[in-house]
Design a protein. Structure first.
Length: 499
């Protein structure tokens, strides 16, 4: 079993090893001495230090009140989520799963050992409540995975107590600054230890800003690849919006592969795009159900009590819970599958040696503009054809196809913003609004289908189906409103495309 702690802390460089007087800093009324705690932590990473490259830290620590395995994810500067698991001899599977997208088949090995003498002070308010913990940490580090020897330093660490006002940290920092104590340049003790004992493995030199069309497209692709890796732990932890954001990253990659075929060879990117489509479909099993459940629950909540007959709410909740549980188990299996890990490997390989075409070396303006113009022409044909159809299933399908193409145009425009500036940004915003409208229509189509299925089950159980019919009619009205608004919304989007 694991638990999660949101860790908000700041680290400081200190030469003398003394903690300045902190009473009176902000709301700190008293400073209580809690003695010295001995901590012993071994940090793990792959041989090529993939976790460190992603600012993740994994350690096995003994001593103190929280001995065990700790995996830390960056959330914001000075803020990390710490996943904890009980002490064991090997890395727990629940921890390994959270870094699988980064580690894949590589072994997690000890890279550095830190032994810390932590001199602890509790910063208390006037009522004796804990505001923060300040400590002077004397650290001895030993490199384990390659030559580098040992090193020793002292630092101050201030960690906010659960539920305390973050302004406490600002007040303490101001007091420390008055005493000549400065923030640490290292993001963590492990990072400082690696730097002092020979540094981490060399990273590729940071490239200059994008210059060519190929530079811009590749920069966008790398951002989306990183988004997939970064969202993987959140999907496993069932964090809000994590599935949606991972799915969006897969779509953005596919859109760039297809929309910028003049830059990247489609013979090389199409097989990867096909696997990304598979991943997006698997992610959609959970995401689509989540969206539908929220939509139908909100619609039911909006009905006057007199229009709700039978156990509609209970049946809807049961449907949502059962679907979510089954799709989540399936989704975790997908993330752990050999097929998903091979997809990640193929993305890495493609981006390490990209299949650039001749136009990739050209200046981005003409190349990216021409690609956006082509996207606009194709989308125009799809929207026009859909609007010419009478209302019904065929039109619903045509509008759904137009929606998918509008998303592709939006993502292609987003990729072009660094090169084309405001015009591409305006196009991305217009395409997003068009996509939202078409998405509302498609959500109504799916909601009506689900309502018919639920009504059939309710009828077979002898329950009233009246409320399902009311909700169905309201969804039909929503679809008609979207269809009526579409011509004007499309004109605005169409005018934003380059001509």
């Amino acid at each position: 079993m694991t638990d999660v702690k949101r860790e908000i802390e700041r680290k400081y460089e200190v030469a003398g090893g003394e903690l300045p007087e902190l009473a009176g800093a902000g709301g700190v009324a008293d400073v209580a001495d809690r003695g010295v705690v001995e901590l012993d932590a071994v940090y793990y990473d792959t041989a090529d230090e993939r976790l460190g490259a992603a600012s993740l830290t994994l350690r096995r620590r003994t001593g103190g009140s929280d001995a065990g395995w700790h995996l830390k994810f960056p959330v914001a500067p000075g803020v990390r989520d710490e996943i904890r698991a009980p002490l064991s001899d090997t890395v727990p599977e629940e921890i390994t799963a959270l870094v699988r997208a980064r580690v894949r088949g590589a072994e997690l090995v000890p890279v550095v050992r830190l032994r810390t003498a932590r001199d602890v002070r509790h910063l208390l308010d006037a009522g004796g409540a804990l505001l923060a913990e300040a400590s002077v940490d004397t650290v001895t580090a030993e490199r384990l995975n390659r030559a580098g020897g040992t090193t020793r330093w002292t630092e101050i660490e201030v960690e906010l107590a659960d539920g305390a006002d973050p302004a406490v940290l600002d007040a303490v920092e101001e007091r420390l600054a008055e005493a000549g104590v400065r923030p640490s340049k290292a993001s963590s003790k492990a990072a400082e230890a690696l730097r002092r004992t020979g540094g981490s493995r060399p990273r590729p030199a940071r490239a200059a800003g994008p210059v060519t069309a190929g530079d811009h497209v590749l920069a966008y692709l790398r951002e989306q690849r990183e988004a997939i890796l970064a969202r993987d732990p959140g999907v496993r932890r069932d964090l809000p919006d994590s599935v949606h954001q991972m799915r969006v990253a897969t779509r953005r990659l596919r859109s760039a592969f297809r929309g910028y075929g003049s830059v990247l060879d489609r013979d090389a990117t199409d097989p990867v795009a096909a696997e990304l489509k598979w991943l997006a479909r698997e992610l959609g099993l959970d995401r689509d159900q989540e969206v539908l459940a929220d939509r139908l629950t909100s619609a039911l909540d909006a009905l006057p009590p007199g229009l709700v007959t039978g156990p509609v709410r209970e049946r809807l909740a049961s449907w949502a819970t059962a679907r979510h549980g089954s799709t989540r188990a399936h989704l975790i299996g997908v993330l752990d599958s050999a097929r998903q890990l091979a997809l990640l490997d193929s993305l890495d390989t493609l981006l390490a040696d990209p299949p650039l075409r001749k136009k990739a070396a050209r200046k981005p303006d003409r190349v990216l503009t021409r690609a956006l113009r082509k996207e606009g022409a194709t989308l125009s044909r799809l929207v026009t054809a859909a609007l010419e159809l009478p209302p019904g299933e065929e039109r619903d399908h045509a509008l759904h196809e137009a929606r998918k193409r509008a998303k592709r145009a939006r993502y292609a425009a987003e990729a072009a913003v660094p090169a084309l500036g405001g015009s591409a940004g305006a196009l991305a915003r217009a395409a997003k609004k068009l996509t939202s409208l078409l998405g509302e229509h498609q959500d109504s189509v799916l909601a009506r289908q689900t309502l018919r299925e639920l009504a059939a089950v309710a009828h077979a159980s002898g329950e009233s189906t009246f409320t399902y019919g009311v909700l169905h009619e309201r969804e039909e009205q929503a679809a008609r409103r979207a269809e009526a608004e579409l011509p004007a919304r499309w004109e605005k989007a169409r005018s934003a495309f380059p001509h």
